[in-house]
Structure formats: structure tokens, C-alpha cells
Write a protein that binds this ligand. Sequence first.
Ligand SMILES: C[S@@+](CC[C@H](N)C(=O)[O-])C[C@H]1O[C@@H](n2cnc3c(N)ncnc32)[C@H](O)[C@@H]1O
Length: 321
Amino acid sequence: MTKMTGYENVLSPRGLPLNLRRLSGELPKAALEIGFGNGEYTVKWAAANPDTLLMGVEVSFASLTRCARRIAEMGLSNLKVICVDARFMMKELFADEAFDQVMMNFPCPWPKTRHAKRRVTARVFTDGLAAVLKTGGLFELVTDEGWYAEEAFETLSRHEAFASAAVEVGVSRSVTTKYERKWLAMGKDITRLTAVKAKKFTVDRETWGFDWSEGDMPLHMKTGKPAPDGFAFLRGESGARGEARWVFKECYAASENGKKFLVETVSTDDGFEQRYYLQVSERGGDSLVKPDSATRIFLTPSVRFAVEDLARRLADAASRS
Ligand SMILES: C[S@@+](CC[C@H](N)C(=O)[O-])C[C@H]1O[C@@H](n2cnc3c(N)ncnc32)[C@H](O)[C@@H]1O
């Protein structure tokens, strides 16, 4: 039997929304944990709930790696993890009414006012949560910061999709997280917020609507011109449209005959950043621009705009030369 590495359970961002039924092998329930950290709590939760597919979303790749190791040690198949920023991607990854339960253990509280957009209480987060949670499903947030739980309580109580929210102070749990033990050792109280979704709710998805099947990558653009002689003029060029921003960083030759180039690109959608390569290849006097096939990215609006912008700039440069 092949030894498990844990990486079998790490998902790459393709085929959105994720098909939870296929991923779980038809388990009857699904739950989501956001910001699982080292995954200690996560693997214990998954092992104790074998009838549930647990999806873990974490923005830190180092944390994801630690969790993957734990998954392998415990031989879990009902826990899948993915490295993304939940604020922007939760709603893109999952369909409406996907989860029976959504959990957050000790989210970063972001106490500074200028960071308030990063809190769970930001509308972009609560709307995504309201969409992906099942009607009747439970949201649970555990924190050492009483004010944070109160703020989330106020926000969810006002949200049209949530009927009842409650806050308990001084909670004691049988399974604890790394941060929980740290705060308990410092004598802090643990506060739990719970909220039940009472009404259906939906949100717009930016990345849906593509045909993601292999070999049918929708983001191809031809320039109608040969590749320009050099690509240095692209370095530092940037663009913006709505909430989308992109910048072309470096250009690398990817073939000896000068017919293929990679353009390192960074783009953001409302602050959600992705770094990737766009490939330019010339054949028969025409150039094709597309995301490099080794690149694993979400096809957000900024990526589409970057492809269009690059194709336009290349066509202009080729016309000038
Ligand atoms: C204070 S730690 C708590 C970790 C773990 N839940 C625990 O209790 O030990 C907060 C975690 O949330 C993750 N995180 C912060 N913002 C996030 C986001 N927008 N999406 C996904 N994960 C996020 C961080 O990388 C970090 O691992």
C-alpha cells in the first residue's frame, strides 16, 4: 500500500465551486473550518466526526503543510485542506447551502480600525458565510477577545440571513487549540459566539461561469501579431479596473528560439493577491497569451484583465517595431 503524505488531501484551485459530494465520497454532512493554524484541532475534529467531510481553509501555506503532515499521520480521508484567503474565496470555492457547520477558532482579531475590513464582521465575510452555510446550519466562533465576539454578534444579529445569535463567556472545551491553551495559561476567558442561519441567501461569484475542463482553458488571447523583439518594456507596467489591479513584474525567455516568454504577474481583486506567470508564445506570425500551465490560480477578474492588457500591450509594441 502507498504511504499517505497528506498532500493527497490538499486541493488545488480548479473546478469551482468544489464538488463536495465527489470529494467526500458521498458523506452525509459537510463542515468548514476557517484559519485552522497548525491543524491540531482540525484533525481531532475530523477523526471524531467520520460521517462529515471537513474542509479546512487557511491562508498560511506553512500552516497548511503542518496540517497535511497531521492528516497523513492519522490517515484521515474526510479532511481536505486548501490554501486561500477565506474572506475572498469562501464564496467562490463553495456553492450556496454547502455546509452544515462553519467554525472559526481564534481568528486574528485585527484590533486596528484600518484593518477592520479583515475581520469576520466585514460584510464581504458575513455575506459569504450566509451563502455557503445551510439553512438551519450553525456558525461557531471561539475567541479570547470578548469585544470581537460582541462585534460579530451585533453584525450577525443584524444580518437578514441569521435569526439567532448568542455569546457565552468562560467556555471550557474538551479539545483545545494551540492558541486556546496559550490564552487559558494567561488566565484569559474564552468566549464563544454561535449563530444559526434561518433564511436562504446568495452572493455573486466572480470566478464562476468558466468551462474549467482540462484542455479547455478559457483564458487564451491572440494578439494577431508576432511577439515583439524584447519584453523589457513591460516591466513595472500596471493596470486597474474596478477593484482589480495588476502589475507585470519580470519577463523571462522560456525557449531558446525566442518564441516563448513568461511574464511574472501579480494581481489583486479587492485585496486578494495572486502571483503567477502569463505565457506568451508565437507561432505563424501570431502570439498567444495565456496563464502558464504550471500556474495554479483562481481565474478572478484581475487575471482576465491582466491577460487582455498584456495581449493589447504586445500587439501595440509589435505594431511599433
Ligand atoms: C490566531 S491563529 C489561530 C489558529 C488556530 N485556529 C488555533 O486556534 O490555534 C489565526 C489563523 O487564521 C489564519 N487566517 C487569518 N486570516 C485568514 C483568512 N482570511 N483566511 C484563512 N485563514 C486566515 C492565520 O493564518 C492563522 O493560522
